[in-house]
Design a protein around this ligand. Sequence first.
Ligand code: SAM
Ligand code: SF4
Length: 341
Amino acid sequence: MATDGHGRRIDYLRISVTDRCNLRCVYCMPSEGVPWKPHDALLSFEEIERFAAVAAGEGIGKIRLTGGEPLVRVGLIDHVRRLRELTGIESIAITTNGTLLPKFAHELVEAGLKRVNVSLDTLDPTVYSQITRGGKLKDALAGLEAAFESGMDPVKLNVVVVRRLEQDLLGFAKMTLERPIHVRFIEYMPVGGAEEGVACSSSEGEGWSEADEVPADEILARLTAEGAAAGYGELQPVAKPDAPGGWGPARYYRFPGAPGTLGVISPLSHHFCGECNRLRLTADGRLRTCLFSDDELDARAVLRTGTDADVRELIKQALAAKPESHNMRVGTIRRMSQIGG
Ligand code: SAM
Ligand code: SF4
């Protein structure tokens, strides 16, 4: 079992397999995209698998694949299959914008990946196209259907809440009344853009601002009031054992009789650093100890020149270096698409 320098159990590794994406969400990437790393700068699948094997030996049992958009990387299905076969890896999940799930969901399940988080911030096609800079809502919704049809479970939906977008939160709540979907509202975070001086900046110059933040308590208050007005009943907390199996910090609620749940993830308004259970490996092989900290260890160099014992030593160093809590500052050097969320 791996514990960090603050006694927290660390059993979860988020792996970004690419910094490329087929969308350009305004809070994640500038419209022109992020300069892509040359192929050689990225970890090969073989290098990722070697890292994961050593990490599994140190107590990592859960892996989430993310990006960029993980499904744009060629060969991902076989990568999943090989990760799944590693001793000690109990479960693999993916975070995706969903648009490529119609093509890959069945193969992913067959390769051993069932847990999926689809990112979808609005059910309005025009707003979706604005947020993603040209994406089509119908593609993401088709991906969601493919996730259910292929037997993925649990199916979760990530919704970043940004005040200026005036999202219809109740529209998402309605989905939980109809099917076993787990919608998680995520506070908008000022990640990326430090070098430009505008957190989450888009090239249009609009970045994160405190005014755009919608605290989780406000999200819950809105769902409670709007749900009651719509006749959905009283929003009730879901006890941990009944919550959809999760590895993260979401707090879950449900309307009476709903097969799905509503969750909130509140890195800003309620720190959950005390329960942090994860390390992050970026596509270019940096081991990141905290989403909000640009302190990174160079796993790529160790994977390319060192032994497994060296990799193990690096993981131990990362565990020891994990900060007790995030020193939330506005802007990090890497953007969300380069970290993996
Ligand atoms: N492309 C995949 C996707 O969109 O699900 C995986 C990578 S994306 C960077 C991972 C998650 O980070 C998504 O759910 C996305 O909505 C979220 N995200 C990106 N930028 C964010 C921000 N500034 N604040 C909060 N969440 C953010
Ligand atoms: Fe791409 Fe995901 Fe970032 Fe949107 S949030 S630009 S889909 S990586």
